[in-house]
Design a protein around this ligand. Structure first.
Ligand code: MRU
Length: 349
């Protein structure tokens, strides 16, 4: 069965509920923007590119549900709903990128009737979905050039079909390499606390027939030392102008370990993950999530003493000097050396 994580289905948004995987594969239907907001916040839909599509379709729902006197009042209501959806999660730039594309439609003077505006908004949201499919496949082709027979590849979180529309970024590279007949194995970090690696990447890689082995996050160093990991591919939630990357918590750990073990560290992301307004990683907002995700969520009983203080950042920043290259749909962004300092070539947004 071919999976599409997000579809427009008879006036509703149909998403794969990622909180139920791998025990259950099921779709749920979102009918208004409060449901879209909740699905994003609770990570029923997650992964940077998927957030862009879910939010864009959320704007379509907003336009259809609002009852207003005239088109200007409608546009102003949609604008409020866009601001509301933008608060669902702070780190992945793709969420704001998707909403910004929708805002450009409402800002345009071309649409002067409710019907015209509704159609244009739906068209734009569906464009975002179709573009994601094409872009991920392009990224996959670029990245697969780096994969060799016999590779032992490590990844973290889920940057696969579930995090996009139907293919993936970091995992898209692996799907493409497999399609080209390359013979390699994959190790997936479980990705505490929400286990996107264990639950989602393992599920989709296994389903696609890739050779995948699960490890606890704390086993990565030993894996590099003893099992000869020779490449790391990860996704991104936001990339600053200098090439610093925000991605799932634990990515930075892997990058530091990779440097010590001299393993190439590749970030795989669409151009929509680049934030041209942010100069360096430390300016990227990092989401902090509730403590129960660490103390209770996947356990029948709490595993910690009651009232324990918890620090639960959902993302970390990998400095650009730990990154070997960034793989995008426009090619592989390599670093250049200047006076002993390595920098990413200036990117043409
Ligand atoms: O908190 P999540 O599960 O939404 O985090 C997702 C990631 O960190 C992914 O690596 C990133 O969004 C890239 S997905 C192609």
């Amino acid at each position: 069965m071919k999976i599409q994580t997000i579809t427009w289905h008879r006036g509703k948004i149909r998403i794969v509920d990622q909180t139920r995987l791998p025990a259950r594969f099921c779709y749920i239907y979102l009918e208004d923007i409060v449901q879209v907001f909740r699905a994003i916040r609770t990570m029923q839909v997650r992964g940077a590119p998927a957030l862009a599509a879910a939010a864009a379709l959320g704007v379509v729902l907003s336009a259809r549900k609002r009852r207003t006197k005239n088109i200007e009042a409608l546009k102003s209501q949609i604008d409020k709903d866009i601001q509301y959806l933008a608060k669902a999660r702070p780190t992945a730039i793709n969420l704001f990128w998707g909403l910004e594309r929708m805002r450009r439609v409402i800002d345009s003077d071309i649409y002067q009737t409710k019907e015209g505006l509704n159609n244009a908004l739906l068209k734009e949201a569906l464009n975002i979905i179709e573009e994601d499919k094409r872009v991920c496949r392009k990224i996959g082709r670029e990245g697969a050039r780096l994969v060799r027979n016999g590779d032992k590849i490590l990844t973290i979180c889920n940057a696969g079909l579930l995090a996009t529309i139907d293919y993936g970024t970091a995992l898209g590279v692996l799907y493409r390499a497999k399609k080209e007949g390359k013979d390699f194995v994959v190790f997936a970090c479980e990705t505490r606390p929400l286990l996107q690696g264990a639950r989602l990447s393992c599920w989709e890689l296994q389903r696609a027939g890739l050779d995948v082995t699960l490890i606890c996050d704390s086993m990565a160093a030993t894996l590099m030392q003893k099992r000869g990991i020779n490449k790391i591919f990860v996704g991104a939630d936001r990339i600053a102008r200098n090439g610093d990357v925000a991605n799932k918590i634990g990515t930075y750990n892997l990058a530091v370990l990779a440097k010590y073990h001299k393993i190439p560290f590749y970030v795989v992301a669409p151009l929509s993950s680049f934030d041209k307004n942010i100069k360096r990683g430390k300016d990227i907002p990092i989401e902090e999530r509730p403590s129960f995700e660490i103390t209770n969520l996947f356990f029948k009983k709490p595993i910690t003493p009651k009232g324990i203080k918890v620090f639960n950042p959902a993302f970390d920043i990998t400095p650009h000097n730990l990154i070997t290259a960034i793989i995008t749909e426009k090619g592989i962004l390599q670093k250049t050396e200047k006076r002993g300092q390595s920098k990413f070539r200036k990117f043409d947004f």
